[in-house]
Design a protein around this ligand. Structure first.
Ligand code: IMP
Length: 186
């Protein structure tokens, strides 16, 4: 794991090169698993937007995008525990191969909620691609089928992931310093 300091002193957990390499591998794996099939990539806004953009471009099999939005973390770093759908799917997923594309699998509450919801629409297959997995924080028993990196209980920002809606544009995945005044100010 790299610990080079860039972005005004933020510690880099995964560099853009490491991310690019891993996302390409995930795309190749999905290509192998779905050879000859069509897939619907369902991104979970907003955190997964950048991951989905890169993952989709590393996939060759026929695919379409859709997006859902849920509330989970609110404006801070702590989860409220409640998950609510605030933007539904635009297209029917009945009979389709669906891959939910998520930035982080943390407590599992978000993906547990989305999987139960999507199962009701009777997709042909339903899988999860999560860029990051924090298994130590799991509350609901959910596993991702495709995982970029497994990390300990650390709060990360960048590459789509935010703290209070900031830092999504950082090209690298960085650690949020717990004592940084500019971060805790929101
Ligand atoms: P879960 O429902 O606890 O699995 O939460 C998943 C969501 O929490 C992710 O999609 C993120 O939006 C958010 N989240 C969890 N950990 C982090 C983090 O370290 N940084 C930023 N967002 C996080």
């Amino acid at each position: 794991m790299s610990t080079t300091s860039i972005h005004s002193g933020l510690e880099v957990l995964f560099s853009r090169e490491q991310i690019r390499h891993r996302v390409l591998e995930m795309g190749r794996q999905i290509d192998r698993d779905y050879a000859g099939e069509k897939i619907v990539l369902v991104g979970v806004l907003k955190g997964a937007a950048i991951f989905l953009a890169d993952l989709a471009r590393s996939i060759s099999v026929d695919n379409t995008f859709d997006f859902v939005a849920v509330t989970s973390y609110g404006k801070g770093a702590r989860s409220s525990g409640a998950v609510k759908l605030i933007k539904d799917l635009d297209q029917s997923i009945e009979g389709k191969n669906v891959i939910i594309v998520e930035d982080i699998l943390d407590t599992g509450l978000t993906l547990g909620f989305l999987c139960s919801l999507f199962e009701q629409h009777q997709p042909k297959t339903l899988r999860i691609a999560a860029l990051l997995d924090k298994p130590s924080r799991r509350v609901e028993k959910i596993d991702a089928d495709y995982v970029g990196f497994t990390i300990p209980n650390q709060f990360v920002i960048g590459y789509g992931m935010d703290f209070a809606e900031r830092y999504r544009n950082l090209p690298d995945i960085c650690l949020m310093p717990p004592d940084a005044p500019e971060l805790s100010a929101g």
